[in-house]
Design a protein. Structure first.
Ligand code: COD
Ligand code: ATP
Length: 203
């Protein structure tokens, strides 16, 4: 079994690559999805968030108030650390659980889609998630900012704050053995990942 991690800065194109791999039939563990599941109404983590950040962190329906929390944590590194320390261990625990399940069903390749891999690699190692290959998908900041404004309806300031809260391209590349450039056409980008996967599966 080969375990790969896909990472990349926000709006670099990581989900486009990971969705393609999922469409090819490879089991995918999506850490953004796990992070959303971890804060479902009634979950212990949502209760911790409410205790740490106050009542404004929940909507009237008792759900996580994502825009409110984003405004608060992406402008304050201390608050972001508090959120990360609540979320990351729980998200990895679930990621490992899913990985075990896919492994037991005989998966040949498992894809972990982890936006913040550079920031959390120690948690991954501690929990026993060792990656055979790490792929980072990258594009220059100005292109990513334009994508975030267009597809996520962010303001320029919000896009810049989110990027500033993340590792740099150089840091992500330092833990990766493959860098995919998402300024090339999507078709070429997907052909590139397919070529790597084929090589790894037949090595
Ligand atoms: C702060 C929250 C509520 C904002 O929600 P929002 O809907 O705006 O963003 P969403 O969750 O869809 O994430 C979009 C992208 O933002 C970036 N991002 C998310 N969390 C973080 C973080 N803690 N630090 C830096 N960047 C982050 C990632 O690139 C991610 O792909 C949310 O991002 C959150 O709960 N973050 C903490 C969970 C986390 O760390 N997830 C990543 C797991 S590796
Ligand atoms: N090679 C490409 N050429 C042009 N646009 C692209 C390319 N790759 C991705 N995109 C577009 O960029 C936007 C962001 O891509 P995607 O959602 O895959 O990024 P991401 O890194 O997963 O972002 P996030 O961290 O927000 O989840 C999407 O609108 C996507 O269609």
């Amino acid at each position: 079994m080969i375990r790969i991690a896909l990472t990349g800065g926000i709006a670099a194109g990581k989900s486009t690559v990971s969705k393609h791999l999922a469409d090819c039939g490879y089991p995918r563990v999506d850490y953004d999805v796990l992070a959303r599941e971890a804060v479902k109404p009634g979950s212990p983590i949502l209760q911790h968030i409410q205790a740490e950040f106050g009542p404004s962190s929940l909507t009237q329906n008792g759900e996580l108030n994502r825009p409110w929390l984003a405004r608060n944590v992406f402008s304050d590194t201390n608050k972001l650390s508090v959120l990360n320390s609540l979320m990351h261990p729980a998200v990895y625990k679930q990621g490992k659980w899913l990985d075990d399940r896919y492994r037991k069903t005989g998966a040949k390749l498992i894809v972990h889609d982890i936006p913040l891999l550079y920031e959390t690699i120690e948690i991954a190692n501690q929990i026993g998630l060792v990656f055979d290959h790490i792929v980072t998908v990258e594009a220059p900041e100005n292109i990513r900012i334009a994508r975030m404004i267009r597809t996520r309806s962010m303001t320029l300031a919000q896009a810049q704050a989110r990027i500033a809260s993340q590792s740099s391209q150089a840091q992500r590349e330092s833990i990766s053995d493959v860098v995919i450039d998402s300024t090339q056409p999507v078709e070429n980008m997907l052909h590139e990942i397919d070529t790597y996967i084929k090589r790894w599966l037949t090595a």
